[in-house]
Ligand binder design. Structure first.
Ligand code: BGC
Length: 930
């Protein structure tokens, strides 16, 4: 049996509205045999599902490529659906049937396809106030013989739409968050089933969203503009071949309604007494509504939707608590990002308030205090629902999303019953790909917490937290990217966001710390207005003219996302397109670092590096000692106040951190250049890496392996980035091990090096210490949070103090990056750069600590990989599964004596560096070693 399954186009399941001309096709092979490789494939494409007439036939192609295969049929036209299917042959002479068909459909590919005009509903806007959400409606006739209808929609702000009273999609927070002035996504929906012959009605509601609502830690308003707008085109196709277009224009009518406030962070106010019953149905009397105003915003920045939609996912019923202070609080048992669906009945005019928070304080009372770091918290994560009084009423937000586990319920009429409240988790609907379990239940909870922090923060862009800031912090995303690939198929999610990173990259190559930036306004007019009224001199530094970097941008560890994320995506998915698209951006970042390094810093002018030349070049030119950097960020013993004051005085230049990243990104860039066949660059940036490394060893690494400041993080970084000279490597590792022991087996890393500490310890002979750190339960450690009942990853090691006070965000995925150690080391599933995307991979399990058993499943682009081990009385049992069309190198700890037993079935087995090593093809493998 041989089958091709799991067909995807551009990493998406049957996408609509694509704007790629040559999308990439991918499929998986399944087979009941072992050692199966694809020998050849044949792709056929057609306009019809029966494939009676083909638009493209690849013919039989001798190749084992089953991912990233280019569609080479005729360039698709706008709104064209192409069905495709694939047949494969294996290396064992088997031939599959044609797969079940998949399809992709294009969107409106050129500006001239747009007949719709941008329309604005609002006449006057008070730019400092929350505003009622505009409603728009339009009636239109559908003739007899409709065969298909597509809705191509986007907005300034967020939109929801209804056809004949029915919500048109389950996608949330459309059009998503991008750098709108450069790239605004259009969604395309198949709405055929929602239309009927005769009169139909389209209704649209607009919300403030990222366009003009509160964004970022500083709650910038009007970030992209002041006014909401809608652009929508319905394309109707009839059986006689004719097409009709209903486009937004001044025949659309507009009014406001019950939704009086719609802010993603602050929340919503909905007065059900103002319900516009039937407004989205045909026949509604809209004579009191006004015509929308046509605007000429053009179509230049419109792009197809590049990632998966955000959807409503898991649902939770609460426990109802009466807290010591007498308040009614719902506990959903899981911290998450989403909203609450509420059913309520009572007297007209009653205002029920729901306030969403992450924690109870030390007394067990509801609190938002942990999220109040950026000043007093009012007007935050609140829903105000004013009852119409018409029996049982249901409400859930339209355009708001909150980070919460607890909800404070105020002014509820009658008894608060759990069955009337449901928390719904909402996030980018990416395929879940990975699971890890082991014999330590606390580690299993850590895995769950990390997965939930990923879910909570993968809301169209990767955010730091779903509460206080909700910003696309580049550092957080960079350090978590690899772990993210274990849990979900994140390629399309990051491909989209990386394009925004590049679009917002400054002319000198500097990369923003948040993407799309929430430090700075995209809206020039608003920036000028704020600057006119703001007397704080820091403001001008923090928020310079739109299009120029803030002093908080361009920090190492953050800006390096430009290099690290594309590199990681290529490694884990094997899709070269990410390198092709991001290469110039990555290179511009490295060149920016080079320019910064060459800029002298007065503060260091007397240090030897400024007076020493090697091969005619000044050593100081390879040390980045200028500009502000966040540094390790959130180390256990770091005082946040110190960091803040260093930020304010811009003294935080941290050369030993900055220079390390300068080296690392240069090396990764060189590897990327090599893949793309840019040999000159490959050589140049590898050379650069070598020079920086030389200087780094000379000035930063001491003989005894300690590094400036003598803390855990710098040693971790140096080992992880391959910066230490061979002769000093072990000393650096030994010093790191000592530093951990000095802390009594506690962590003292922050955001940047936490992902690497366990792998580097394990790699340098300290597996025992790595596992002690992993299983440590007192603060600071990963399992401390678990022991305190955390259900997500905290921003700080002491997210709940021993006294029981919550501190800072409780839903920041960063420290959860340790989970890659579980997949890549404990289960030992590792992709390899030379044959990426798990086409070939390594299985190198690591035993240690109290663990008696560990098991990981990972859905790779080629199929399911399994790796598990279990300690038995007589030794260890290993179990592996390797998908068809891949190969793996298995590396097991064992004794040379074990070889004989294995050699019976695997004659090529060898013994290398204390391990049993064998090369295998697809299939199921079982080993028991003493
Ligand atoms: C955010 C981060 C971010 C950091 C910058 C914080 O306020 O929540 O996660 O990376 O600032 O250092």
């Amino acid at each position: 049996m041989l089958k091709a399954v799991g067909l995807r186009t551009d990493h998406l399941d049957n996408p609509l509205g694509l704007d790629s001309k040559q999308p990439r096709l991918g499929w998986k092979l399944i087979s009941d045999r072992s050692n199966v490789m694809q020998a050849a494939y044949q792709v056929q494409a057609s306009h019809a599902e029966d494939f009676a007439e083909l638009v493209w036939d690849s013919g039989r192609v001798e190749s084992d490529q089953s991912q990233g295969v280019r569609y080479e049929g005729p360039e698709p036209r706008s709104l064209e659906r192409i069905y495709w299917r694939v047949k494969v042959w294996s290396n064992q002479g088997e031939e599959s049937e044609y797969s079940a068909p998949a399809f992709f459909e294009t969107g409106l590919l050129s500006s001239s396809d747009w007949q719709a005009r941008w329309i604005e509903p609002e006449r006057e806007v008070d730019i400092d106030a929350y505003k009622p959400a505009p409603y728009l409606r339009k009636e239109f006739i559908v003739r007899k013989g409709l065969v298909s209808a597509r809705a191509c929609f986007t907005a300034h702000g967020l939109y929801r739409f209804y056809l004949n009273g029915v919500e048109g999609t389950d996608q949330q927070f459309t059009p998503g968050f991008t750098s709108y002035h450069h790239r605004l996504q259009v969604q395309v929906y198949d709405v055929t089933a929602l239309l009927r012959e005769g009169t139909n009605a389209l209704g649209v509601i607009l919300g403030d969203g990222w366009w003009r609502g509160n964004t970022g830690g500083a709650n910038l308003r009007n970030n992209f503009g002041y006014r909401l707008a809608f652009l929508g085109q319905l394309v109707l196709r009839y059986v006689d071949g004719s097409t009709e277009v209903i486009g937004s224009d001044d025949s659309f009518r507009t009014s406001t309604g019950p939704l009086l406030k719609s802010d993603m962070k602050a929340g919503e106010v909905y007065d059900a007494r103002l319900d516009l019953n039937g407004w989205h149905q045909p026949g509604y009397d809209d004579s009191s509504w006004s015509p929308a105003v046509v605007k000429d915003y053009g179509y230049r920045n419109l792009i197809g939707t590049r990632s998966v939609p955000v959807r409503q996912k898991e649902r939770f019923t609460p426990r109802v608590l009466i807290t010591p202070n007498g308040e009614t609080v719902l506990d959903f048992g899981q911290n998450l990002a989403g909203w609450v669906e509420m059913k309520v009945s009572g007297e007209a005019g009653t205002e029920v308030v729901l306030i969403h928070g992450e924690a109870l304080d030390r007394h067990g009372n509801f609190t938002l205090q942990n999220l109040a770091e950026h000043g007093e918290l009012k007007d935050f994560q609140e829903v105000h629902y004013i009852l119409s009084g018409n029996g049982m009423e249901c409400y859930r937000p339209h355009f708001a999303i909150f980070g919460f586990r607890y909800v404070l319920v105020k002014n509820h009429p009658g008894e608060v019953r759990p069955e009337n409240f449901t928390a719904v988790a909402i996030y980018s609907d990416l395929e879940e790909t990975g699971d890890f379990t082991c014999s330590n239940p606390l580690i299993n909870q850590l895995v769950s917490n990390t997965r939930w922090s990923q879910k909570s923060n993968f809301m169209d862009i990767p955010t730091d937290c779903p509460t206080r800031e909700r910003a696309g912090w580049t550092g957080d995303a960079q350090l978590f990217a690899r772990t993210a690939t274990n849990f979900m198929h994140v390629y399309p999610f990051f491909e989209k966001w990386m394009a925004d990173l590049a679009a917002e990259q400054y002319d000198d190559g500097c990369v923003g710390s948040t993407v799309p930036t929430t430090f700075n306004y995209h809206n020039l007019e608003e920036w000028e207005r704020v600057m006119r009224t703001n007397a704080d001199p820091m403001m001008a530094m923090r928020r310079p003219r739109p299009g120029t970097p803030s002093f908080l941008d361009g920090s190492v560890g953050w800006g390096d996302a430009a290099v690290i994320i594309p590199w990681t995506l290529y490694l884990c998915y094997g899709d070269k397109q990410i390198l092709e698209r991001q290469y110039e951006s990555a290179k511009a970042w490295v060149d920016y670092m080079a320019a910064c390094a060459k800029t002298p810093n007065e503060q260091y002018k007397d240090t030897p590096a400024y007076h020493t030349y090697t091969d005619g070049e000044l050593d100081a030119d390879y040390i980045w000692d200028t500009k502000f950097h966040y540094g390790e960020w959130n180390e256990a013993d770091a005082n946040t106040k110190d960091i803040m004051s260093a930020m304010m005085t811009s003294q935080h230049t941290l050369p030993y951190v900055a220079t390390a990243y300068y080296a690392y990104s240069s090396r990764l860039l060189s590897e990327m250049a090599d893949v793309l066949g840019k040999q000159e660059d490959a050589v140049k940036y590898l050379g650069l890496f070598e020079k920086i490394k030389r200087v780094y060893n000379k000035y930063f690494i001491q003989e005894d392996g300690s590094i400036l400041g003598d803390r855990q993080a710098p040693n971790v970084r140096v080992l992880a980035f391959g910066l230490a000279d061979e002769a000093r490597k072990q000393a650096v590792a030994d010093r790191l091990a000592q530093l951990v022991v000095e802390k009594d087996y506690h962590l003292n890393t922050g955001f940047l090096s936490t992902p690497f500490i366990l792998p580097v310890l394990a790699e340098h002979g300290y597996t025992d210490i790595a596992f002690r750190l992993l299983e440590q339960e007192t603060c600071p450690s990963w399992l401390y949070a678990v022991s305190k009942g955390a259900t997500t990853i905290w921003e700080n090691w002491n997210g709940i103090t021993p006294e029981g006070d919550p501190f800072a965000s409780l839903n920041h995925y960063s420290y959860g990056a340790v989970c890659d150690f579980l997949f890549s080391d404990v289960a030992g599933i590792r992709p390899v750069w030379e044959n990426p995307g798990y086409k070939h991979f390594v299985l190198k399990p690591l035993l240690g600590g109290t663990l008696t058993q560990a098991s990981a499943t990972f859905e790779s682009p080629y199929g399911t990989i399994r790796s598990s081990w279990e300690k038995r009385d007589q030794g260890v049992a290993y179990h592996f599964e390797i998908p068809a069309n891949t190969t793996a190198t298995i590396m097991l700890p064992g004794q040379p004596e074990d070889l004989t037993q294995i050699a019976e079935r695997h004659p090529d087995v060898r013994y290398e560096d204390g391990r049993i090593v064998l090369e295998v093809g697809s299939g199921v493998y079982h080993f028991e070693l003493s």
